[in-house]
Design a protein around this ligand. Structure first.
Ligand code: ATP
Ligand code: MG
Length: 589
């Protein structure tokens, strides 16, 4: 089958009428002011993410609707939290902070698994005008301390066990930290010297609260990038980001009022906060939150048992499901599921078709970054999917392919099909406002009105964008520019290949040659015969100048904890160079 065949949408594919169906008209009629009006005015005239996400629904009479269903293995059945309960909990948390003298602009870090308190602290902190930074709970002590110190965190919300394992010994090295609020993992209370018991403080706090006035330009969130290409950067986001979260929830995730929505990302990464908490709450819908990590059977069980309708996940998870085999998927029917989207890495055409063939729905790839704060380019329900493409810029987003000139200007490349750097016209509401403590680096991302993303892409004649690679990862071989994604996708079409990571290896003649690292699907073993077969497959699919010259087998590819293949590590290891910052490397622990 030709994997590049366009997937046309039929009414059966869509299952419900999408939020929009005429892409051009929607772009044309779009304005951020109109989105702001749709969200509605706040009583204090300002804009606060938490008020818009939580209190707005209670005031409009939807307080009894379930906001979150928290799932945990072996624990009690799902714990449901309604919008009214969430309003009360976040008010209490806001009052706990005030009791401690924590105020507007103060920085709160959260280090916890996906427990209810994480969401309470996130939203309650925003109500108090604080800047909130959720950290990934699997980080070790050093990455935690580095980020907390960089962000000058004055409050840390964590669990008793995580505190003892990861923070206690480093406490003295976090001079800005004034208060540590602990959640007892056994559900009881904690009494660790130098810390506070959050449950007790929540009990004695009142749930009446006037939120601290904030404007759309007040700083709200601090997110660290994934560290795929180097040391993670701290991206600063403002309350106005809510406009992007709402609009993209409507366009790219097609959220409808009665959806049961599941975003599998952890709030320690921008996706888990923007789309695992804020966007679905802004739409007043019910989200599933699972405390456990990936497990194919468990995930299929959740999709089925919880009646998930919209599912937002990542290529790495999809590839793991593919690796687990189609039988695992086919034992259940996902009758309520109607829309699947993916972000984080390029989604190989193979994976888009796997969705269509195995789950009965194509997977909608979308593209964005920690810096953009929300989805920018997406496959939406409103147009056909070209497998392998990231889709088209959403209404409200202007994208372009540019070349950086020597004088730092961005020259637009108009001709379709030409590769260049992906750029976005600055000014969308969730655009990052700074890299924390790195003013010069921030400024370098902009050329006049364009934000330069650091990703290479091309646009086709229909206005679809195709990811080529990171500017750092592109391979220059005998005068050709080769994007790793194209090579990886071709290798993945071979039945033996589960995942592929491609790098450029220095070569005296060609400048660089393509080397691929692959992990294999169940039922295949590494062998010289298979290596030769894959080299041949690459040559026939890609041509000799682009195909890998060498292929090595790895049991697993190195990836970030947010699930991205770390090509820089493959390269460093291949060349015997230092590995650099590995704070976000997934270690299988
Ligand atoms: P760092 O900036 O620290 O190196 P990172 O760029 O991986 O890490 P994120 O902001 O989490 O950190 O990831 C954004 C990047 O992920 C994008 O710039 C792009 O390279 C990649 N990406 C995200 N979605 C897609 C997609 N749909 N297709 C291709 N690449 C994607
Ligand atoms: Mg990046």
């Amino acid at each position: 089958m030709d994997l590049s065949t366009i997937i046309h949408k039929t009414a059966a594919d869509l299952r419900v009428a999408p939020n929009f169906s005429d892409y051009e008209a929607e772009r044309h009629g779009f304005s951020w002011d109109a989105i702001r009006r749709t969200l509605g005015a706040q009583p204090d005239g300002g804009l606060n993410i938490a008020w818009q996400a939580v209190d707005r629904h209670v005031e409009s009479g939807a307080g009894d609707k379930v906001a979150f269903r928290f799932l945990s293995r072996g624990g009690p059945a799902a714990r449901a939290v309604t919008y009214a309960q969430l309003a009360s909990l976040t008010n209490r948390f806001c009052n706990v902070l005030r009791e401690l003298g924590v105020g507007k602009g103060d920085r709160i870090f959260i280090l916890a698994g996906r427990i209810p308190e994480l969401y309470t602290a996130l939203l309650g902190g925003l109500k108090n005008g604080c800047v909130v930074s959720p950290l990934f709970s699997a980080f070790g002590p050093e990455p935690i301390a580095t980020r907390l110190n960089l962000g000058k965190g004055s409050v840390l919300v964590t669990t008793d066990q995580l505190f003892m394992r990861k923070v206690a010994a480093w406490r003295d090295r976090m001079p800005s930290l004034k208060h540590i609020l602990l959640v007892a993992e056994d559900g009881g209370s904690t009494a660790i010297p130098g810390t506070l018991d959050l449950a007790a403080m929540m009990r004695s706090a009142t749930d009446a609260c006037q939120i601290t006035p904030t404007t759309s330009e007040d700083m709200a969130l601090l997110h660290f990038t994934s560290g795929t290409t180097g040391t993670p950067k701290g991206a600063v986001h403002v309350h106005g980001a809510a406009l992007t979260h709402w609009a993209t929830g409507r366009y790219a995730l097609d959220l409808h009022a009665d959806d049961i929505y599941w975003c599998t990302a952890d709030p320690g990464w921008v996706t888990g906060t923007s789309y695992g908490a804020i966007a679905p709450l802004l739409h007043g819908i019910t989200s599933i939150v699972d405390l456990e990590e990936f497990d194919a059977q468990r995930w299929y069980g959740i999709l089925h048992d919880e009646g998930v309708t919209v599912w937002y996940t990542a290529p790495t998870a999809i590839r793991m499901l593919m690796k687990a085999g189609t039988e695992a998927a086919r034992v259940r029917a996902f009758r309520r599921l109607r829309f699947i989207a993916s972000v984080g890495e390029p989604l190989n055409p193979e994976a888009v078709w796997w969705g269509k063939n195995v789950l009965g729905l194509p997977i909608h790839d979308n593209w964005w970054q920690t810096e953009t704060g929300g989805i920018m380019i997406a496959n939406t329900p409103a147009f056909d999917i070209k497998p392998g493409s990231m889709g088209r810029p959403l209404p409200g987003v202007d994208a372009a392919i540019v070349r950086r000139n020597e004088d730092g200007r961005a020259e637009l490349i108009d001709s379709p099909g030409t590769e260049g750097e992906l750029a976005l016209r600055s000014g969308w509401p969730s655009m990052f406002r700074a890299y924390l403590n790195e003013e010069a680096r921030y400024r370098k991302c902009f050329a006049h009105e364009w934000y330069l993303t650091g990703d290479l892409a091309r646009r086709d004649t229909d206005g679809y964008y195709w990811f080529v690679g990171r500017t750092d990862d592109v391979i220059k071989s005998s005068g050709h520019l080769i994007g790793p994604f194209e090579v990886e996708s071709a290798l993945m079409e071979h039945p033996a290949v589960a995942e592929a990571g491609v790098i450029g290896k220095p070569d005296p003649v060609a400048g660089e040659v393509v080397k691929a690292f692959v992990s294999l699907n169940k039922g295949f073993e590494p062998s010289e015969a298979l290596r030769l077969e894959l080299l041949g497959h690459g040559r026939s699919r890609l041509g000799a100048s682009v195909a890998p010259k060498d292929i090595a087998f790895l049991a697993e590819l190195p990836r970030t904890r947010s699930g991205k293949i770390m090509r820089r590590l493959l390269k460093a290891r291949e060349l015997g160079l230092p590995e650099g910052d590995t704070s976000t490397l997934e270690t299988g622990s």
